[in-house]
Design a binder for this molecule. Structure first.
Ligand code: URA
Length: 301
């Protein structure tokens, strides 16, 4: 990627960047959302963001070959009682018919598009299966489709999705080079939090996506995705800032803020940038898993 654009992306994330004079002097094309923050300095204790080598591009050395992901079983924890007023699962056609653990990508996508396992079948416009490269090294997991995604049938296409694209671009990854999926494949009306019975019905789909993809790293964006995937109630602030592992498959997993939260709280973008730099480093170097200490305990999405 051209240096000018990369700096624009970093600026859009709200990360102060040091701009070499020759770059700063170049022609600038900006939208409001990609305006560069100047003057700028590297973050304390960190190299200038512009020095972070991007993830290998075509022609660059490829990262170490990954092992096939072991079989991933859905969460054995019993579902919460069905909330009053919600629509009961339709036993005639749920995620277990056909059994998602046996399906290939296309069959899984077909199963999701016809899923009637929970009440969200009544309110969705489209199911939102996932998007990106089915051989991607990085899997990004969000919470659930919003209104834009429900209309388009594709995850992260609204404003939050555009910020996510810019965040990825800042570490040298195009949206098409990663795989993006959500915990829920259908939109909860009014963008409410997913209900436990919805998550339970949808879980086998995400587990099979992870199994088929066998990513080298997972990035959970937001509290809901992180808590579900990690099976914890811990606040987001205690989950980000360190490498974790995805269940028995031991896939390195990182947690960061949801881009929608970053749009509301741009002062947190520098922390998101730190998370992304770590993910980029991990993909580039394939270093051993480091389970470290958590960060601050702020309550955030
Ligand atoms: N938020 C999410 O978590 N996922 C989407 O696909 C869109 C917004």
């Amino acid at each position: 990627m051209d240096e000018r654009r990369r700096l624009d992306y970093l600026g859009a994330m709200g990360v102060d960047v040091w701009v070499p004079r020759h770059v700063a002097a170049g022609p600038v094309e900006r939208s409001d959302e990609t305006a560069l923050v100047e003057p700028a300095l590297p973050l304390p204790g960190q190299a200038a963001p512009s020095s972070v080598p991007p993830y290998p591009q075509p022609g660059h050395p490829t990262p170490p070959v990954r092992a096939a992901a072991p079989q991933i079983v859905p969460n054995p924890v019993a579902p919460e009682p069905v909330a009053s007023g919600s629509v009961e699962p339709d036993p005639s056609d749920g995620p277990s018919s056909p059994d998602p653990t046996k399906l290939d990508w296309d069959a899984l996508a077909t199963a999701v598009s016809g899923c009637r396992a929970c009440g969200l079948r009544e309110t969705r416009t489209n199911t939102v299966f996932g998007v990106g490269s089915r051989t991607a090294d990085l899997l990004i997991i969000g919470e659930a489709p919003g209104a834009d995604e429900d209309r388009a049938g594709e995850p992260f296409v609204g404003r939050a999705g555009q910020l996510l694209n810019r965040m990825l671009a800042a570490i040298g990854l195009a949206r098409e080079q990663v795989y993006i999926a959500n915990v829920l494949k259908c939109r909860p009306p009014g963008n409410r939090d997913p209900r436990p019975e919805e998550v339970k019905q949808c879980e086998a789909y995400l587990m099979r996506q992870i199994e088929l993809l066998g990513p080298r790293a997972i990035l959970c964006v937001g509290r809901v995705a992180a808590q579900h995937v990690l099976q914890t109630d811990a606040p987001l602030g205690s989950l980000r800032g360190r490498w974790l592992e995805f269940r028995a498959a031991s896939i390195p997993l990182r947690v960061t803020y949801h881009p929608a939260y970053l749009l509301r709280s741009p002062d947190q973008k520098a922390k998101a940038w730190e998370d992304l730099v770590e993910v980029a480093r991990r993909l580039r170097e394939g270093v051993g898993t480091v389970i470290g200490k958590g960060n601050d305990k702020d309550q955030a999405d």
